[in-house]
Design a protein around this ligand. Structure first.
Ligand code: MG
Length: 453
């Protein structure tokens, strides 16, 4: 006798047969007797996932991954960001080959249950590929919920806590004068918060050109970029001094250390810039070295932001609960999407940690829309990293968040308020060239020692 038949033959059977997890979950809606979940959802007819599609597109020359979840309600679908640009094909495979068959037929309104079950469906978890794949589905389900309710997501998340989302932009240059000029340009456009990064002469410096793999300077003659942490750590305080002297105390200045220097040098640097009152110093340590935050916190009141590389709650929960950071910088798609991000924001609220979600070019416009809706709805919002979408991105993704006067404005349309022009997206195919996948991991010290990104 099959397990299901045996269950039905018992006293427990009549109840058990109506439970979605006993009746097979994906097939529950096909049972003639309504499931408990469906009866409990009186007023809303059943909503089933009928298809899951993955789109790779590069309208700004950055590979984006977007997931579309389609339901049995005609015309009702949602979009989610699953962008892990360096491993886009791996995410695509995770969605198409593993999540899609797991999700077909499931109730699209059971968002948290789908998150939890998908999260453990591979047994092994907490990685960037599976986190982004899960995020693509998760954000799409929230988008569907908003469209079904005919409400923008920020309303479903509790409503606006502010009218618009204050943002920061990146002022970078080869010289202090270049950086100063870039800050003035952003100020003229209305920005109040500006990240400053300056080249270290002769070195591939993060934020001012990045790793290119074009160098050729180590003893083994490998094609790498050369980086020495000492000159960088001594240059940054001088950059802050220059910009403060020239531009005064009103502008808010940020800087990203990008986990590049040994922890003890990062501690010196964060203390050295304290007198210039940065808005925050970002990623002083790599995720592997977060144990240093306890020591750093005792030695400086410079605000600290951390977290775009985080995957696992064990990486960020202690930092928040022990009040060791001031801003959480998580890349929302990396940790599994909106379901996890809104919980992290709520958790941070109790410890006065503010949000500063990661928002560079390798977050799709759908992901940026998710950032902005959450930014509007959480009381402990801090700042949002922003970017201007080029015309091609705006055409492929109608409804991109708008930047005006240094503020992001969300679409007031239902859900995230953003769409995908599938035909146009196909006109910007992603490059599958290995150098794109391997451009990180080429940074080394002069003697050939690898340096974290
Ligand atoms: Mg960063």
């Amino acid at each position: 006798m099959h397990r299901r038949d045996w269950l039905k033959s018992t006293m427990f059977g009549s109840v058990a047969a109506s439970l979605p997890w006993v009746s097979g979950g994906a097939c529950a809606g096909q049972d003639k007797s309504a499931s408990i979940a469906e009866e409990a959802a009186r007023g809303t007819p059943p909503l089933r996932i009928t298809d899951v599609k993955t789109f790779l597109t590069a309208p700004a020359n950055i590979r984006l991954v977007v997931v579309k979840v389609i339901t049995n309600e005609p015309g009702l679908y949602g979009l989610g960001c699953a962008t892990f640009t360096q491993r886009a094909r791996a995410v695509e495979t995770a969605v198409e080959k593993f999540l899609k068959p797991f999700l077909l037929g499931k109730d699209a309104t059971r968002i948290d249950d789908i998150w939890q079950s998908s999260f453990v469906s591979s047994y092994w978890r907490n990685g960037p590929v599976l986190g982004n794949a899960l995020s693509g589905v998760d954000m799409a389900l929230w988008d569907i919920l908003g469209k079904r309710a005919k409400m923008p997501l920020y309303q479903l998340l509790g409503g606006k806590c502010r009218e618009a989302v204050d943002t920061y932009r990146h002022a970078s240059g080869k010289t202090f004068q270049d950086v100063e000029d870039a800050v003035r340009k952003y100020q003229a456009e209305g920005y109040r918060h500006i990240r400053i990064q300056c080249s270290v002469p002769g070195m591939a410096t993060y934020g001012t050109g990045g790793a290119t793999g074009a160098g050729d300077k180590t003893p083994s003659n490998r094609a790498v970029d050369v980086w020495e942490p000492g000159p960088y750590a001594r240059l940054v305080p001088n950059l802050f001094e220059h910009v403060r002297n020239k531009l005064g105390d009103v502008v808010e200045l940020l800087h990203d250390i990008h986990e590049r220097v040994p922890p003890i040098l990062a501690m010196q640097l964060v203390k050295d810039v304290e007198k210039f009152k940065p808005y925050f110093m970002e990623d002083p340590f790599s995720p592997e070295d977060v144990g240093y935050f306890r020591t750093l916190r005792q030695q400086t009141s410079t605000p600290l932001a951390m977290g775009e590389l985080f995957n696992n709650p064990n990486e960020f929960v202690p930092l928040i609960a022990e009040r060791l950071i001031d801003f959480i910088r998580i890349h929302i798609s990396q940790v599994g999407g909106l379901t996890m991000a809104r919980k992290i924001a709520a958790f941070c609220e109790f410890f006065a940690v503010r949000t500063a979600w990661h928002g560079p070019g390798d977050v799709s416009p759908v992901g940026h829309a998710c950032n902005v809706h959450l930014d509007l709805a959480v009381p402990n919002f801090g700042i949002q990293e922003a970017r201007l979408f080029n015309q091609a991105e705006q055409d492929v993704f109608p409804g991109c968040p708008e930047l005006k006067g240094g503020y992001y404005y969300a679409s007031d349309k239902p859900g995230f308020g953003i769409d995908l022009d599938e035909k146009l997206a196909a006109k910007f195919p992603v490059a599958d060239d290995p150098p794109f996948d391997l451009r990180w991991g080429t940074l080394r010290r002069r003697d050939g020692t690898i340096v974290k990104p």
